[in-house]
Design a binder for this molecule. Structure first.
Ligand code: MG
Length: 286
């Protein structure tokens, strides 16, 4: 082999090694990008589109931040409570009432057993130790079986949002009461859009979205709003709340409550059961 041939052969080998090296590198980089979810090398979105209201983002703006990733949970069944989403604040996981206290002060004295807790008659309302503003709330509840009492005396409890606004919990399965006091009502204000009650003894669910009122200088500048699904059925649809709820009263807001409050569960002297309670704090999108 001549010297020229030898050099040519050596260059050919070097070229093959270089091509192989860069090919391997490209595969590894591609794998790395896929693994980190950055497949898109080209800019996405637009900046030459109309500006959206608020003057911050264009339509399809590629610079707009993406929402956080949340791993969804599972739905409850009659046999077992569901799993909360990954970013939920767990208020009761079947074990203890460590996130709760008596609304009168001191420890929560309701009875915990077999993965649920039950209203302890006469021990008073319980409330979360933590206070919340805008929330998504989930809870499972179950009415006493066999049923006992009539109208407001059958399986009465309640979920007080921000400690002020009661979403009624009642056994409204074959039990007539005034419409704005049945299950799913904003008590004394808004009847539910449907009666979606399961029979007593079965587990039922509330999924609630709540936005507190906004006060300025002692005045209401935006009322509170609530959306409620009972057992997957819409019973309150972005309903305007007229003020703190109560029995036989015209509702008024209490501006001194501020922007947060505890979640309160009512002791109405009926042994209603609760399990699988969690909250997600609602934060505005970018
Ligand atoms: Mg009640």
């Amino acid at each position: 082999m001549t010297r020229i041939h030898k050099e040519h052969s050596a260059m050919k080998k070097s070229s093959i090694i270089l091509v192989a090296f860069f090919a391997t590198l490209a595969v590894l980089v591609g794998f790395e990008l896929r693994a980190s979810g950055q497949q898109h090398k080209e800019p996405i979105g637009y900046e030459d589109t109309p500006m959206l209201p608020g003057g911050k983002w264009h339509v399809h703006d590629g610079r707009r931040p993406h929402p956080p990733i949340v791993t969804p949970g599972t739905f409850s069944s009659q046999q077992a409570p569901g799993q909360p989403p990954s970013d939920a604040i767990i208020l009761f996981d079947g074990k203890d009432l460590s996130k709760w206290q008596s609304a009168k002060g001191g420890p929560a004295e309701w009875n915990v057993q077999d993965g649920y807790f039950e209203v302890a008659l006469g021990k008073g309302d319980i409330e979360t130790k933590e206070k919340f503003g805008p929330i998504q709330l989930h809870l499972d509840w179950s009415e006493p079986n066999p049923p006992h009492g009539e109208s407001q005396s059958r399986g009465n409890s309640g979920v007080y949002l921000q400690g002020q606004y009661e979403i009624q919990v009642l056994d409204s399965y074959n039990n007539i009461t005034y419409a704005d006091g049945q299950t799913g009502a904003v008590y004394g204000q808004h009847p539910p859009l449907a009666n979606a009650c399961r029979p007593p003894g079965e587990w039922q669910t509330y999924d609630i979205a709540f936005t507190p009122a906004i006060f300025q200088g002692g005045e209401v500048v935006m009322p509170a709003y609530v959306t409620v699904f009972q057992n997957g059925v819409l019973v309150q649809n972005h309903t305007e709340i007229w003020g703190s709820t109560g029995h036989r009263i015209f509702p008024h807001y209490k501006p001194d409550i501020g922007s947060t409050g505890p979640l309160v569960l009512q002791d109405h002297h009926n042994p209603v059961r609760y399990r699988n309670i969690w909250i997600r704090e609602i934060k505005p999108a970018a």
